[in-house]
Ligand binder design. Structure first.
Ligand SMILES: [Zn+2]
Length: 490
C-alpha cells in the first residue's frame, strides 16, 4: 500500500476531507450509470472518465476497489416528477422494437465508447431489470418501517414523514420549506399525499410494456429505487464513495439517501458523495435544445457543424483531464486543437524516455516531481495540476535528450516508472498507434504472403509490382532466407 494523503471533496459536508475507507484496504464505490435508451452522450462520458481516474488511482494506491456502476434499463421516466413515459419503452415503440433490443443496442454502444476512452470496466455492472426482486423487497421494507404508503397500486415515499425524523435535504443543504414552495401543488387527482413524495413502485398503465408482478399489482420500480437496492446489495448498508453527475444530487441522490436511511436507519449510507460538473460548448451549456451537443463518435469523426475536425478518443480523454472534475469543461475547437498538440507532445516524450542517455549525476530532482504529482492527485484527484507536473516531466525528458540536463541511471528508472504509472495506469492515457500498429502488421503480413505466393508461381512481375508500390507508400521490403520482412521508411 502506497503511503498517501488522499483528500476528497464531499458534497455531503461541502468540505474537502481526508479519505478514510470504512474497511482498511477495501473501497466500495457506486456510480450511477447510463439509461440505455440512446447513444452514450459526452456529459456521461466525462462523468465516467472522471470516476475511471478515481477507480484507477485508488487501485494504484493499493486499495482493493469494488466499483459498481449500474445500467438503467427500466423505470426511468421522462420527468423526475414520476410523470411521462418510460424512456426505454417510448423509444421501443418509436422504433417498433422490443425494449430489450433498445437496451442491448445502447448498452453495446455505451461499452464501445467506454473502451474507446480506455475506461476500465466496473467490477459489477448490475441492471435494474435484473434486480426487480430486490427493489420489491426494499419497497416492502420501507412500507413496513412506515415511510411509504400505497395508493391505487403504486407505492410512494412519504417525504414529510421522513423529514420529521431525518434531514431529507442533507446532501444539498437546501431549505425544505423553499423546496416545498418551489414544487408544484398537488391536484385533486393526485395519488401522492405530499408534494415532494416520489414513487417507489408505479402501477403500469394498460399500454405500458415493461411490467412485473408485485404485492401491489403489476407495475415497475421508480427510477431512484434501483440504485438504493443495488448499492445496498453489492456494497452493504454503508459504503465509501457514491458518484454521479451533479444534476443527480437534488432529486435522484437525495431520494436514494432517503430510501437507504428509511430501510437501515443508518444516517449515513454513503460517506463520500462525489459529483462531476457539466459540459459547455464555447461557454454555453451543452444541450440538445440549443443544438450544440455532440456525441462521442461525432467528436471522434468531426461530423458535427460546430467541429472543425475530428479528435481521437485519447485526445478527448486528455482534454477532459485538463479540467478538474468539479469544474465545468468547455469544448471549443481551439481548446481541442491545443489538447491534441499537448497529447502528441506527451506521447513522443514517453517514446523518447527509454532511449535517454544517462550520466553520473542528475541535474533535476525526480523525487520532487514525484511528490508534486502525488500531492495533486491526493488533492481531490486534481488531474489538471497533476498533468502540469507531468509536463514538467516532459520538459525534463526533452532537455536530457537535447543534452541540456542530465539524469543518473537511478533517476532515469525512477522517471520511467513514474511516467508509466501516472500517465498509463492512473490517467489511463495510452499511445494510440498500438492498436493501429497491430492492424498494419496483420495487413502487411497478408500482402507479403500474397507476394510470396506470386513468387512461388514465378509471377515476378506481380511480386515486383507489390514491392515497388509498397515503397511508394513508404514500406520497404527485404527478402531474406527466412522469408520477407518489411520496415516503415521514415
Ligand atoms: Zn443512481
Amino acid at each position: 500500500m502506497r503511503i498517501h494523503n488522499l483528500h476528497i471533496y464531499n458534497t455531503l459536508t461541502r468540505k474537502t476531507e481526508k479519505f478514510v475507507p470504512l474497511h482498511a484496504n477495501l473501497v466500495g464505490m457506486y456510480v450511477c450509470g447510463p439509461t440505455v435508451y440512446n447513444n452514450a452522450h459526452l456529459g456521461n462520458a466525462r462523468t465516467f472518465i472522471s470516476f475511471d481516474v478515481v477507480f484507477r488511482y485508488l487501485q494504484h494506491l493499493g486499495y482493493k476497489v469494488r466499483y459498481v456502476r449500474n445500467i438503467t434499463d427500466a423505470g426511468h421516466l421522462e420527468s423526475d416528477a414520476d410523470e411521462g413515459e418510460d424512456k426505454i419503452s417510448k423509444k421501443a415503440k418509436l422504433e417498433q422494437l422490443e425494449p430489450m433490443e433498445i437496451v442491448q443496442r445502447y448498452t453495446v454502444d455505451f461499452h464501445g465508447v467506454m473502451r474507446a476512452f480506455n475506461a476500465l470496466p466496473p467490477s459489477i455492472e448490475p441492471t435494474a431489470t435484473g434486480h426487480i426482486i430486490e427493489q420489491i423487497e426494499m419497497t416492502k421494507q420501507i412500507l413496513d418501517n412506515g415511510f411509504a404508503y400505497e395508493s391505487n397500486g403504486s407505492v410512494y415515499f412519504d417525504v414529510e414523514k421522513f423529514a420529521k425524523d431525518y434531514n431529507y435535504t442533507v446532501l444539498t443543504g437546501r431549505n425544505l420549506e423553499d423546496l416545498l414552495n418551489g414544487t408544484r401543488e398537488l391536484g385533486g387527482q393526485d395519488e401522492k399525499r405530499g408534494r415532494l413524495d416520489f414513487a417507489l413502485w408505479i402501477k403500469a398503465k394498460p399500454e405500458h410494456i415493461m411490467r412485473w408482478k408485485s404485492p401491489w399489482g403489476e407495475g415497475f420500480p421508480g427510477w431512484h429505487l434501483e440504485c438504493s437496492a443495488m448499492s445496498r446489495k453489492y456494497l452493504g448498508e454503508q459504503f465509501d464513495i457514491h458518484g454521479g453527475g451533479m444534476d443527480l444530487a437534488p432529486t435522484h441522490h437525495t431520494n436514494e439517501i432517503a430510501q437507504n436511511v428509511s430501510c437501515s436507519q443508518n444516517n449515513t449510507p454513503v460517506r463520500y458523495w462525489m459529483h462531476t460538473n457539466m459540459l459547455t460548448v464555447n461557454g454555453q451549456k451543452m444541450s440538445k435544445s440549443l443544438g450544440n451537443s455532440f456525441l462521442p463518435h461525432e467528436l471522434f469523426s468531426g461530423s458535427h457543424a460546430l467541429l472543425d475536425k475530428g479528435y481521437s478518443p485519447m485526445t478527448v480523454r486528455f482534454f477532459m483531464l485538463q479540467a478538474h472534475y468539479r469544474s465545468t469543461l468547455d469544448f471549443s475547437n481551439d481548446a481541442l486543437q491545443a489538447a491534441e498538440k499537448g497529447f502528441i507532445r506527451l506521447m513522443s516524450a514517453m517514446k523518447i524516455l527509454p532511449t535517454l542517455k544517462t550520466a553520473d549525476k542528475s541535474t533535476v530532482s525526480i523525487a520532487d516531481l514525484e511528490a508534486k504529482i502525488y500531492a495533486a492527485l491526493d488533492d481531490d484527484f486534481n488531474t489538471p495540476i497533476a498533468l502540469s507536473y507531468v509536463f514538467e516531466g516532459v520538459r525534463i525528458i526533452n532537455s536530457v535528450n537535447d543534452a541540456k540536463e542530465s539524469l543518473s541511471t537511478d533517476d532515469k528508472i525512477k522517471l520511467q516508472e513514474l511516467m508509466q504509472q501516472i500517465v498509463h495506469d492512473v490517467l489511463g492515457l495510452q499511445q494510440e498507434e498500438t492498436a493501429n500498429t497491430d492492424k498494419i502488421d496483420g495487413l502487411m503480413q497478408m500482402i507479403l504472403d500474397v507476394r510470396t505466393e506470386a513468387k512461388s508461381r514465378k509471377d515476378f512481375s506481380t511480386s515486383d509490382l507489390i514491392r515497388d508500390r509498397l515503397k511508394e507508400i513508404g514500406f520497404e521490403i527485404k527478402d531474406g532466407k527466412e522469408g520477407s520482412t518489411y520496415s516503415i521508411l521514415k
